[in-house]
Write a protein that binds this ligand. Structure first.
Ligand code: ATP
Ligand code: MG
Length: 417
């Protein structure tokens, strides 16, 4: 240590950066509160067992990233690499399995001994949610929708693609694992060194390999989807129907896996190509086996974690998205009513721009050159009829809408692709 500097892979959060972090964290807290997730925190270090016990035979690979140490009393401790195991440990040790379901939000630092690079730190920060108790697909849909709403409110959802896969239940995964291992054994010598090691302990994780040679081999590998039993297929079908109904867009990604054995059914990631190679900003899945592996009762769970540094990078300085809807008063007689209508729509949760200066013609022209997609125009005739004109500035189509229905119509129009 010649100069006094922060440890490799760590960073100070000076006020500029801190402000970006807080915006990400506060947005996540508010968006997930809309679904009933309540904030809690676990200690930043735990007995090492909390992280090693659920990992079973794959532990040597996964724990090489862990910061572990013996304290002065000789206890083996680990700085948490993620928070799901800690939250489930808290549920078990606090006797909270009597009060299911539990919906938790957390934010805080995580620690992994990784090769530092852009978007990959040794101390980094996550926000996340865990939904403990339900094992049905609608709980997965809730958790994913909360993630999408958070990213939308941060103004970055349009830069992300939601990747979705089904890992199936225990039986489906065991059948697939056997078929995959049999196939990969015939290509073993051509696999990368990492994948050779994983073949013995954690073969599903090979699907996630970034190695070009591995990816070639995987082209012809058996597909997980072909090994899903009826129950697993039904779970995925219910989830995707719910997401479709809510207007959450997704792509099927058969190679998306969460490596550890306690994951089942749903795996998902929101991925962007706007911040370089470390493009996964939010990832999660269902982990019904975790509680038992930690020594607790069988409790189902689903959740996600998002990287604060990567989201702050993605959000940049334009963290608050500009409104896509504007209200225009046709003349001075309708100004007050238009102002009130703007407030009513904001109460309904819609971001509204309300340009004031200039003629309506000029204001509409200016809006067409901005992010505004929908123009709500209120004139004297409309006011008498308790309606407005709703114009789609992209297509130019216009229709007259009753004021009482406006919030619903606008919300639906904003969700439409
Ligand atoms: P990756 O494939 O990028 O290594 P991961 O599967 O290890 O991700 P998770 O454990 O799912 O990541 O963590 C959730 C999120 O936390 C990631 O999507 C990412 O945004 C963030 N994250 C994970 N590791 C780091 C790190 N070392 N530095 C910064 N952010 C990280
Ligand atoms: Mg990682």
């Amino acid at each position: 240590m010649s100069k006094l500097q922060p440890v490799r892979g760590t960073a100070d959060l000076l006020p500029d950066v801190m402000a970006q972090h807080l915006l990400v964290i506060d947005t996540a807290r508010l968006a997930t509160a809309r679904y009933g997730f309540q904030e809690m925190a676990t200690p930043v270090f735990e007995f090492s067992e909390v992280f090693t016990r659920p990992l079973g035979e794959s532990s040597d690979i996964v724990t090489k990233e862990n910061y572990s140490f013996a304290d002065r009393g000789g206890e083996q401790l680990t700085l948490r690499p993620e928070n799901t195991a800690g939250v489930v440990r808290a549920m078990i040790s606090g006797g909270l399995t009597q009060s299911l379901p539990l919906k938790y939000f957390y934010a805080g630092p995580m620690f992994r001994y990784e090769r530092p690079q852009k978007g990959r730190m040794r101390q980094f920060h996550q926000v996340g949610i865990e939904y403990l108790g339900p094992n049905d697909a609608l709980a997965d849909a809730e958790v994913i929708s909360a993630g999408a709403r958070f990213l939308a409110q941060l103004g970055v959802l349009q830069h992300c693609v939601l990747h979705l896969n089904s890992l199936g239940d225990l039986d489906s995964r065991a059948a697939y694992r056997a078929a995959l291992v049999e196939f990969l054994k015939t290509h073993e010598s051509a696999l990368s060194d990492d994948s050779k090691r994983r073949l013995a302990v954690n073969p599903l994780r090979i699907l996630d390999s970034k190695d070009a040679g591995d990816r070639d081999i995987l082209q012809t590998a058996p597909k997980l989807a072909d090994y899903l039993n009826a129950e697993s297929k039904a779970h995925f079908q219910t989830l995707t129907s719910a997401l479709d109904a809510a207007g959450v867009t997704w792509v099927y990604d058969p190679l998306l896996v969460r490596g550890l054995d306690y994951y089942c059914h749903t795996a998902f990631e929101f991925v962007t190509d706007a911040i370089g190679t470390q493009g996964t900003v939010l990832g999660g899945g269902r982990y019904d086996g975790l509680s038992e592996m930690l020594g607790g009762p069988a409790v189902a769970g689903v959740g996600w974690a998002a990287g604060v540094e990567r989201l702050a990078m993605l959000a940049g300085d334009t963290v608050v998205a500009a409104p896509k809807v504007a209200i225009f008063s046709a003349d001075t007689d309708t100004d007050t009513a238009a102002f009130r209508l703007a407030e009513t729509l904001r109460d309904a949760g819609i971001d509204i721009d309300f340009p004031t200066a200039g003629t309506i013609g000029k204001k509409l022209k200016k809006a067409a050159r901005s992010d505004i997609k929908l123009a709500i125009i209120l004139g004297g005739d409309e006011m008498a009829r308790k309606t407005v004109q709703l114009r789609d500035l992209t297509t130019g189509t216009q229709s007259e809408i009753a004021m009482t229905e406006l919030a619903d119509v606008v919300t639906a129009a904003l969700l439409a692709p």
